[in-house]
Design a protein around this ligand. Sequence first.
Ligand code: SAM
Length: 219
Amino acid sequence: MERIPEPELMIDLAQAKAYSEADFESRHSKIIKLIDRSFNTADISGDILDLGCGPGDVTFRLARRFLSADITAIDGSPAMISQAQARLLREQTFTNRMYFIQALIPGLAIPNKPYQLIVSTSFLHHLHQPEVLWQTVIKYSTPGTKVFIADLCRPASKRAARQMVQQHASGEPDVLQQDFYHSLLAAFTAEEVEKQLLAAGLSNLTVELDDYLLIYGEI
Ligand SMILES: C[S@@+](CC[C@H](N)C(=O)[O-])C[C@H]1O[C@@H](n2cnc3c(N)ncnc32)[C@H](O)[C@@H]1O
């Protein structure tokens, strides 16, 4: 099946709210386990960058996992960033080490720090020009930076996509089911990602198909 791109930014308020209220416990706790499985994470105590953070559920999990790290999280959608900031105010726990910034990727608003870990989850499939993610990874990494990207993998047909929605999201609100379906159609295949990495000079990163399409390694 050909890829069918979806709008890049999730700017709709209802969509951002539904996404923020969804139960991602099993999917997002797995992300943290996969990061721990992919690297020696004992040395992560500096800066972490989360690209396309949405309302920040993965970002908060990173803050809980890496208690000495500062986390900068970027999203271009004002609705998503305000959900993330509202949660930060509500929880009051990590206010001195989590920074949510509304900015388009690529853009100049990302602080230039020596990031130890760059994370991005469910973001790549939003990009109309996927090379933007790889250029951003290169720009904000230094030798030794750990990179961990997790995204959906495009199924073979619309029928298979509908089945996946039924299997994984039948209990979710309609807006989330629709969102999941369109995201599956917009996702890349492992072969497409391998070509993107080759073109970007990042072919040392590992591409692996788990429940997620994973791309990880050290720069
Ligand atoms: C599906 S959400 C993923 C959120 C979060 N990472 C997660 O795993 O739950 C994708 C996010 O990427 C953001 N986004 C898409 N294109 C972007 C761009 N070019 N610059 C910044 N943010 C972007 C959208 O606004 C949306 O909030």
